[in-house]
Design a protein around this ligand. Structure first.
Ligand SMILES: O=CCCCC(=O)O
Length: 429
């Protein structure tokens, strides 16, 4: 592929797009949201055929994406110049568009992840190149076509059917000013190093192993109902899924049977059927990795609560293991239908278990006691803390990670500033 052709076309468009007023750019977004709503059945079928997500979850992904686009289409312009009081007649902060931004995006939410990065970047006046996961090139094409159908100028958004090797060439091009990556820690480190070498801004949204903490004073029946969904939607392949269920020892006996009952209602089935809640994993090699982690956990003392049963090359009956501190599997992300259960003796112990991992995306705490909730809010090391609800992203609120889960912010009005150049204007005129 002639990358320079795509980059120069993007650059040409950038010089016009960045000059359009914020409100004019927003009008294109409203049309894009309409296109998504109109074509949602087709887009959802593409997602499911490419990465096997149950069809109702693919539809929900398109609906959530359309809602997010509408949020930005009607958002306050937080990028207008800010006046600062000084002794000068003019002192202002401007937020200038940066240029071409590359998105390196994963297969687990083939529309949502791409759009939640691209929309605020584009609304801020940038243009976008996409390197999608190779199993989701069809979704990438659909997104590019959706921009065209909504009437965006050509090359505001381009899907490049390229491999990892071309990322270097793109980031070395001086017209490309930044990169946003959602994916593994390994991919994030590699791409961020390339960006750093070329002095380009990067935003990283990486893995997680979030805790779902159930204290003895909580509405634990509700937690037992929501917990399995928090773990198993998208067949457990979500960065901010609840991956470790840390239960207070005083409620273990009440919580665990209810949790297992709900958990076993998730069994793999045809992803195209409307009542399917769990499906195949995206690729057989990912199922191999999960099975290896399962075996490693057991070898290091984990106990089986529910066995992880492989029933085809990329399909499992979901499993649960009871894991104790020190098991090396706790330092890894389990990206699939295998949950970890841990038991803590008091709040301090539970907090220690929750934080003792390399990641920090979105922990969830269940308690009726405001003081105890406050203790966890202040001390959990993660980008999000959810109280008495499962963690999930919300367009209106910032989304990002702590520690090895990444850096930078997506969603909310904060994301609008991620790919802007702050320009200080000061003096007398
Ligand atoms: O893998 C990360 C997916 C994020 C899903 C969400 O936005 O809730």
């Amino acid at each position: 592929m002639d990358l320079s052709k795509h980059i120069s076309s993007a650059h040409k468009t950038f010089s016009v797009w960045k000059k359009l007023p914020f409100r004019e750019r927003q009008k294109f977004l409203l049309k894009l949201a309409e296109v998504l709503e109109k074509n949602k059945g087709r887009y959802a079928a593409t997602i499911t055929s490419e990465m096997h997500k149950p069809i109702t979850q693919s539809i929900a992904e398109i609906e959530k994406s359309a809602g997010m686009i509408k949020f930005y289409a009607t958002a306050e312009n937080v990028l207008k110049p800010e006046k600062i009081k000084t002794e000068f007649t003019v002192s202002e902060v401007h937020y200038d568009a940066m240029g071409i931004i590359l998105g390196v995006m994963p297969w687990n939410f083939p529309f949502w992840q791409v759009l939640r990065f691209a929309i605020p970047a584009i609304l801020a006046g940038n243009v976008v190149l996409l390197k999608h996961a190779s199993i989701c090139f069809g979704s990438g094409d659909e997104i590019e076509n959706a921009f065209a159908e909504a009437g965006f100028p050509e090359s505001v958004f381009q899907n490049l059917r390229i491999g990892h090797d071309e990322i270097r060439e793109i980031l070395e091009n001086p017209l490309v000013r930044g990169v946003s990556l959602t994916g593994s820690e390994k991919a994030g480190g590699t791409v961020a190093a390339l960006a750093g070498k070329n002095i380009k801004k990067s935003v990283l949204e990486l893995g997680g192993s979030d805790a779902f903490i159930i204290l003895e004073d909580s509405a634990f029946e509700k937690a037992a109902k929501e917990g399995p969904w928090a773990k198993l939607q998208n067949t457990g392949q979500i960065c901010n899924a609840a991956k470790r269920f840390i239960v207070h020892e005083k409620v273990e006996k009440d919580f665990v049977p209810k949790f297992i009952e709900e958990y076993t209602s998730y069994q793999p089935a045809d992803p195209m059927k409307k009542d399917t809640k769990l499906s195949k994993m995206a690729r057989p090699d990912l199922a191999d990795d999960l099975e290896k982690q399962y075996k490693k956990a057991l070898k290091n003392g984990a106990e089986i609560i529910l066995p992880l049963e492989r029933i085809s090359e990329n399909e499992f009956r979901p499993g649960i293991i009871l894991v104790k501190e020190g098991n090396p599997v706790l330092q890894e992300e389990l990206f699939g239908p295998l949950a970890i259960l841990m038991v803590g003796k008091d709040d301090e112990d539970i907090l220690k278990l929750a934080n003792d991992i390399p990641f920090g995306l979105g922990n969830s705490v269940w308690t009726r006691d405001k003081k105890r909730a406050q203790y966890f809010i202040e001390n959990l090391e993660s980008g999000t803390v959810s109280i008495n609800k499962a963690t999930s992203s919300d367009t209106r609120l910032p989304f990002g990670g702590a520690k090895s889960s990444g850096y930078g912010v997506e969603l909310s009005l904060h994301a609008l500033k991620e790919f802007t150049q702050i320009k200080t204007v000061v003096g007398n005129i």
